[in-house]
Design a protein around this ligand. Structure first.
Ligand code: NIG
Ligand code: FE
Length: 416
């Protein structure tokens, strides 16, 4: 029996999320369910999915590792399309200050926040970052995440930005979870460039980005477009340079202030625009029209005590929403997928079906990978999540609890 050959049968529900591109507006409700279903995976790729009866009449169980999944629900592996998971140090003191009333930006403006993690990440060795990264990927995998995006942006100098990206490359090689890398040199201006914002931008554009692009260390370039961080004009300049170098684009948009980040994402055709707590009506309309994925990060809003992004309103206005954790040591130190399902269904008024689309095929689309992952379709990667319950509806209902029982990655049972 070859590695990556697996046959699952008798699952009470197979939620296929079928499709090969992002789903927008009403289409987000189409999750496609096969009752009493089977999936066949050969050499890591999905070969067939259908009713157990039909599948067993065509495929010989003796050729596969067989999993009998009575009373279980099966979904595509979850895609966490926005994280900052490679970092040194922690910021638990800042969290306690926020509980007492300090804002995220107050702390950043007095030299804490991202700068704090930059210091610790510069000091951390590659070995340390790989060790931490592995542990964090293990935890993500247990939550059903089979593909994760990770950003640089805690170096803000040549060596450390590249160190972070190389660490992610190595983690991608050694860990079952697929890691998609994003360059986020424009995450903040480091202390040594204080008052010389333009020089820092030029340094990133002239020195760091060409190396990153040439060595294929990042598939995407992202910018923290925010009041007091990088303006719309600066963000446009950085993203256009990245595009020139062949990188795909993302943007941290309208997280704390309504600056026009969503509009800029639409103007530049970024693959996704992320956060969007304060996206304007025009920005929402533009994203829907230009088919930019709107990535919402409810755990960050929750941890910052900010109002949630208007998920319901965005979908009703034609947006394609993805959900992700934003896992990072500052604004949201959590990679909890159960919390994402709970917050998006209970507080953002998304239907359960929409939350599932947002964590699977739309997450894949936010990484420009909707043709290879994010749904249970023939030819896609054999990445599956098995729940301990018979219906996908248990995901928000068993609130805040991890009900992922098994994870299959490239046709191999990697967590059970
Ligand atoms: O997405 N907003 C910018 N970046 C992260 C937070 C990073 C940090 O605080 O360390 C975010 O919220
Ligand atoms: Fe982020």
């Amino acid at each position: 029996m070859k590695k990556g050959n697996i046959l699952i049968k008798n699952a009470s529900q197979i939620v296929t999320c079928s499709g090969n591109k992002a789903k927008f507006g009403k289409d987000m409700s189409d999750i496609h369910i096969i009752e009493n279903g089977s999936v066949v995976i050969e050499e890591g790729l999905i070969k067939a999915a259908g009713k157990t009866e039909d599948i067993l009449s065509k495929y010989d169980e003796n050729n596969y590792e067989v999993l009998n999944l009575e009373n279980k629900c099966v979904l595509p592996g979850f895609v966490d399309s926005h994280t900052h998971f490679v970092f040194g140090g922690y910021r638990e003191e800042e969290f306690s200050w926020r509980l007492k009333g300090d804002s995220y930006m107050d702390i950043m403006n007095r030299g804490g926040g991202i700068a704090n993690t930059v210091k610790a990440t510069r000091e951390a060795s590659r070995g340390e970052l790989i060790g931490l990264g592995k542990k964090r990927l293990d935890s993500m995998l247990h939550f059903g995440v089979t593909t994760v995006e990770g950003k640089s942006g805690y170096g803000l100098d040549y060596d450390t930005e590249i160190k972070q990206l190389e660490v992610m490359k190595e983690l991608n090689d050694i860990h079952p979870v697929d890691v998609v890398s994003t360059f986020l040199g424009a995450h903040a201006v480091p202390a040594e460039y204080k008052g010389k914002q333009n020089d820092y931008i030029d340094f990133m554009i002239e020195k760091v980005m060409p190396y990153v692009a040439e060595n294929e260390l990042a598939e995407f370039c992202d910018v923290f477009c925010e009041e007091g961080v990088f303006s719309v004009e600066e963000s446009r300049k950085i993203l256009l340079e990245a595009k020139e170098l062949g990188m795909k684009l993302k943007i941290h948009a309208d997280e704390i202030a309504s600056l026009g980040g969503a509009e800029l994402g639409a103007e530049l055709g970024t693959v996704s625009a992320d956060h969007l707590l304060h996206a304007s009506d025009k920005g929402i309309k533009d994203m829907a029209e230009r088919k930019v994925v709107s990535t919402l990060l409810p755990t960050t809003a929750f941890c910052l005590r900010e109002p949630f992004a208007k998920g319901r309103y965005m979908i009703d206005n034609g947006c394609g929403v993805a959900l992700a954790t934003d896992f990072n040591p500052g604004s949201g130190f959590t990679n909890s997928i159960p919390l994402i399902f709970a917050l998006s269904a209970i507080y953002m008024n998304m239907t359960i079906e929409e939350t599932i689309t947002a964590m699977t095929i739309n997450g894949a689309a936010a990484l420009d990978r909707a043709d290879t992952i994010g749904s249970i379709d023939v030819g896609k990667k054999g990445d599956l999540v098995v729940l301990e319950y018979p219906s996908y509806k248990f995901l928000p209902y068993n609130t805040g609890v991890n009900i992922v029982e098994k994870v299959i990655k490239n046709g191999v049972l990697v967590y059970s």
